[in-house]
Ligand binder design. Structure first.
Ligand SMILES: Cc1cc2nc3c(=O)[nH]c(=O)nc-3n(C[C@H](O)[C@H](O)[C@H](O)COP(=O)(O)OP(=O)(O)OC[C@H]3O[C@@H](n4cnc5c(N)ncnc54)[C@H](O)[C@@H]3O)c2cc1C
Length: 485
């Protein structure tokens, strides 16, 4: 199949018929569910842009596997310039949707599995890389969306996987036969999983020699029997169903987070890419995390752009856009946002070729990028709350706006600067509310903190990559000091 359009993609998801539970009810047609629909449209945008005459260069690439044009979201990066274009594409998606567009995690997982499986085969004589390359060529040919599933429930964080009271809190192999394995467990916080054709599962952490059952990487179609999906709640999520921007802020687009349970699911051999090789679990986790930490230097920046734009617009609507402190706050927001972008671009530009042939980001700079992402969007959101004013927490509903008794009062007392339509002003305020305190803040703030690992995970990587001894050596060299090793 050639590159899908957004509507072809949405139809293809409709056909999957996933076993999902949303707000306590079994949902047979997730693609049409009012809570899911905005998130589906956000993924569809990644398909439509591949056909857009201005954006197709950014959203497509030539696959080294098939020799054909593929959507960049399924591309194996072939150069540092490819890594840079990935970040630029993610920023563009954030600009178009103002939310998490969900397709990055599979791209990041694929690039990590591609190089790790190659190095595993070389060291241990396994044949995972050939399998994965064949699998991924099919993904590209079908233009599928793939969810990357790393995060296990983890139970007691102070205990190793095998020490847990319930061993299933780390996804594991519970049976095996000549044709494949049977897995049991769950993955939490799965971004866009109900909007995905496939799920690519990876271990959640670096594993030790006696933890082989947890060192498993494989892929399954999302409609495989035994996969059960439980939809994650988000602040104000039911406002999405109301379909009114004067209540929901962003009715067009939104994110999606899902818990998935694996109820003793069979995985055929050709879909297994790691099976007990604990010594390669760390490489896989580290590489996936690094690509995903790079991703945030694009997607969060794109969402930051529209939040900054909304703040500039509301300041204009409020008649304070020329005030020095508002201009200074907007400048600070831009500075923080562009610093994140600079980190995303820097770790990409310093990318290097892996033995498998695809390109890997600079590990130190990707971790610096993500550590900044755990902070700067929070400061941008704080400044946005300042500029927007208290109405983002106190606005009446659209039903009151439309009510013949209350509506005129709302129009009279919520008017802003001369010539500003009150309803437009309300829509902008709701848009800001969505990102700093509503459903949109899951992607803009909570995911910025925890997605691709919490801040401590980046600090550990930064301290490992920083070559502190090298810095000490530089000082000793300048000062002529010997010893002190
Ligand atoms: C919006 C969102 C989207 C996400 N999307 C995806 C996705 O698509 N795919 C995916 O696989 N994952 C996804 N994640 C998961 C993300 O990677 C995890 O949330 C993150 O790794 C933190 O894990 P946790 O949520 O279990 O928190 P915890 O591990 O419970 O961490 C909570 C705190 O405890 C600390 N802590 C944890 N363990 C230890 C320990 N052993 N010793 C000391 N301190 C510890 C942490 O540093 C942190 O401060 C997403 C998360 C969010 C919030």
């Amino acid at each position: 199949m050639a590159l899908m359009t957004g509507s072809q993609y949405m139809d293809s998801i409709k056909g999957l018929k996933l076993t999902a539970h949303i707000l306590g009810e079994k949902a047979d047609n997730t693609a049409n569910h009012p809570l899911v629909r905005p998130s589906l449209r956000a993924v569809a945008a990644t398909y439509d842009q591949a056909h857009d005459s201005n954006d197709c260069g950014l959203f497509t690439a030539i696959s080294p596997l098939t020799g054909k044009t593929v959507n960049r979201f399924s591309h194996l990066h072939q150069s540092a310039a490819d890594l840079v274009r990935k970040v630029e594409m993610q920023r563009r998606c954030g600009n178009l949707t103002g939310c998490c567009f969900q397709r990055c995690v599979g791209m990041d997982a694929a690039n990590a599995v591609f190089s790790t499986s190659f190095e595993c085969d070389k060291a241990l004589g396994t044949n995972f890389h050939e399998r994965f390359a064949a699998y991924w060529a099919k993904i590209q040919e079908n233009d599928f969306t793939v969810d990357g599933a790393m995060t296990d429930p983890k139970g007691d964080r102070g205990k190793r996987p095998g020490q847990q009271d319930d061993p299933d809190v780390y996804l594991r192999v519970v049976d095996r036969g000549p044709d494949g394995i049977v897995v049991r467990g769950a993955k939490l916080h799965q971004t866009g999983l109900l909007n995905s054709h496939e799920v690519l599962v990876m271990p959640t952490m670096t594993l030790r020699p006696d933890e082989e059952q947890f060192a498993v990487c494989f892929a399954l179609p999302t409609n495989t029997p035994g996969l059960r999906y439980i939809y994650g709640r988000q602040a104000s999520d039911t406002r999405k169903a109301e379909q009114n921007p004067a209540d929901a802020g962003n009715t067009q687009f939104g994110g999606q987070e899902v818990m998935v349970v694996f109820e003793d699911v069979f995985v055929p051999n050709e879909r297994i890419f790691l099976d007990g090789q604990t010594q390669f679990s760390g490489m896989l986790v580290e590489r996936f995390a690094a690509y995903h930490r790079q991703s945030y230097g694009g997607c969060k920046v794109g969402v930051g752009d529209v939040l900054i734009g909304a703040c500039a617009l509301i300041a204009r609507m409020n008649g304070v856009d020329h005030t020095w402190h508002i201009r200074d706050k907007l400048t600070e927001m831009i500075h923080l946002n562009e610093t994140l972008f600079a980190c995303g671009i820097a770790c990409s530009a310093r990318g290097h070729k892996t033995p498998a042939g695809n390109y890997m980001v600079d590990l130190l700079l990707a971790n610096v990028c993500k550590l900044n992402v755990t902070r700067f969007p929070y400061e941008i959101a704080r400044l946005a709350t300042d500029i927007a004013g208290g109405l983002i927490g106190t606005l009446p509903s659209s039903a009151d706006f439309d009510d013949p008794i209350t509506g005129p009062y709302i129009k009279k007392y919520l008017a802003g600067a001369a010539g500003v339509d009150t309803l437009d002003r309300i829509k902008v305020l709701r848009f800001i509310e969505n990102l700093v305190a509503g459903a949109g803040c899951v992607a803009y703030l909570i995911e910025s903190m925890h997605g691709a690992g919490p801040p401590m995970a980046q600090r550990i990587m930064i301290s490992r990559q920083a070559n502190l001894e090298g810095k000490i050596g530089q000082v000793k060299s300048i000062l002529g000091i010997s010893g002190q090793d």
